[in-house]
Structures are given as structure tokens and as C-alpha cells.
Design a protein around this ligand. Structure first.
Ligand code: NAI
Length: 211
């Protein structure tokens, strides 16, 4: 079995958090850290941290702890952040435009190169330097520009049709913000982001904290 299949999603979902905290430590010029210290700031137990990182070959040294820069880079590599990715956004409404305006994606290697919409009033406009193009031109664009990933920011009812179109164009990775479960072939990855689910968990916690 290869590494990709062995590592649980629970571990994978914790890696971005390690990455974020390690970046913060690096910015504070902290060179090394023990799993106990990391545990105090991240909130996972020290043994959880050791177990998680052992999945990828360890990185720590007995009596020394972790080299912050090395661990940050290694986790970045594991997450695929040592590469650049070409991204397109489908649906250039409120959310699509907000994502296109978010410059931090670029710092991590995610380049939003174009947006697509069906609304003629939006086509031709630019958000920062990202042009909103006609959905009719998507196939040609994707093939010419070797697009890696697509972000769906259309309304719910269009999302499945948009996903089908993206699959037809050869896109293998979709970051889906529309509140619907997309059906795609097995070789296409879909990661859903649903802020409302987080909000409802939040309201539950708020409600129960008052009981
Ligand atoms: P919006 O109405 O401002 O934008 C949607 C855009 O999609 C419009 O410009 C529309 O012309 C375009 N569109 C519709 N059908 C299309 C198609 N077939 N091909 C290309 N473009 C198409 O909506 P908003 O506020 O930007 O929300 C977008 C989506 O994101 C909605 O589904 C909304 O429910 C969802 N949303 C999800 C959040 C999350 O946490 N996942 C948070 C906020 C919104």
C-alpha cells in the first residue's frame, strides 16, 4: 500500500494546522520546538503530534525536538505546497470575487488565473488582474492553459452542470463552495467548503454553553 492510502484523513486534516502554527513560529524566529511545547500551542497531545509526524518519517530528534524550519518545509511538501497551481473560479459573484481578491492564496502558490461566468454584465470585467471570461470559452482556456484546479462559486442549481463541464474539460480537482454534493468520476477530487456547517456547529456550542 502506498503512503497516500495509508494515512488517515484525520491526520491529513490536522496537517494544515501544524503548517499554520509552524509558520507562526518561524516568523517569531523560533528555531526548534519540542512536541510538548508544540502541544501547548496547538492543543493536540504531544503523543498525538509524535504519532502524526511519524506517519511521514518522524522529523524529530530525541532530546532536540523538531527543527521548525525543516518541519514547516516538510509539511508544506507533504501538502503539495512546493508547487504552483493554476486555478480558475467558476461563478464571479460575491464569493467568487472575494476569493479572487484574496491575495494570500498566491503566496502559497495558488494562482487564480481566470474567472468564468454566464452573466454578460460580468464578462470582460477584471477583479484585481483576473479577467472574468465567458463560460462558453472555458474548455478552450483550460486546455490551452493547463489549469490544475477549479473553484465552484455558482449558485447551487448550476453547480452539478458546472462540475460536469469541468470534468469534460479534464479538470481533476474541484474546490466546491456551492451547498450541494457533487457527483464526479472516481479520479476527480472534490473538497467541499461549507461555512454554514461551521456556523451551525458554532451556534450549537453557543447554545449549549448557556444551558
Ligand atoms: P452570487 O449570486 O453573487 O454569484 C453566483 C454567480 O454564479 C453569478 O455571477 C452567476 O451569474 C454565476 N453562475 C450561475 N450559473 C452559472 C454557470 N452555469 N456557469 C457559470 N457561472 C454561473 O452568489 P454568491 O453569494 O457569490 O454565492 C455563490 C455560491 O456560493 C452559492 O452557491 C452560495 O450558496 C455559496 N456560498 C457558499 C459558502 C460556503 O461556505 N461554502 C459561503 C457563501 C456562499
Amino acid at each position: 500500500m502506498d503512503r497516500k492510502n495509508r494515512i488517515s484523513m484525520a491526520v491529513i486534516r490536522r496537517l494544515p494546522k501544524y503548517h499554520r502554527y509552524l509558520k507562526d513560529l518561524l516568523e517569531r524566529d523560533i528555531k526548534r520546538i519540542s512536541s510538548k511545547e508544540l502541544s501547548d500551542i496547538i492543543g493536540f497531545t504531544a503523543s498525538q503530534i509524535r504519532q502524526d509526524l511519524n506517519n511521514f518519517g518522524g522529523f524529530g530528534q530525541q532530546g532536540y525536538g523538531y527543527n521548525v524550519e525543516e518541519l514547516y518545509k516538510e509539511i508544506g511538501k507533504i501538502l503539495g505546497l512546493d508547487k504552483n497551481y493554476k486555478i480558475i473560479i467558476i461563478g464571479a459573484g460575491n464569493l467568487g470575487q472575494a476569493l479572487a481578491n484574496y491575495t494570500n492564496f498566491q503566496k502559497e502558490g495558488f494562482h487564480v488565473d481566470a474567472m468564468f461566468d454566464i452573466n454578460p454584465r460580468l464578462i470582460g470585467l477584471k477583479i484585481r488582474d483576473v479577467e472574468i471570461m465567458d463560460m462558453d470559452n472555458i474548455e478552450e482556456y483550460v486546455i490551452k492553459n493547463n489549469v490544475d484546479m477549479a473553484i465552484i462559486c455558482t449558485n447551487k442549481d448550476s453547480a452539478q452542470d458546472v462540475a460536469n463541464k469541468l470534468v469534460e474539460c479534464g479538470i481533476k480537482a474541484i474546490w466546491n463552495f456551492a451547498p450541494t454534493d457533487l457527483k464526479v468520476p472516481d479520479d476527480v477530487i472534490v473538497e467541499n467548503v461549507h461555512l454554514v456547517e461551521s456556523l451551525l456547529t458554532f451556534t450549537y456550542l453557543y447554545k449549549t454553553s448557556k444551558e
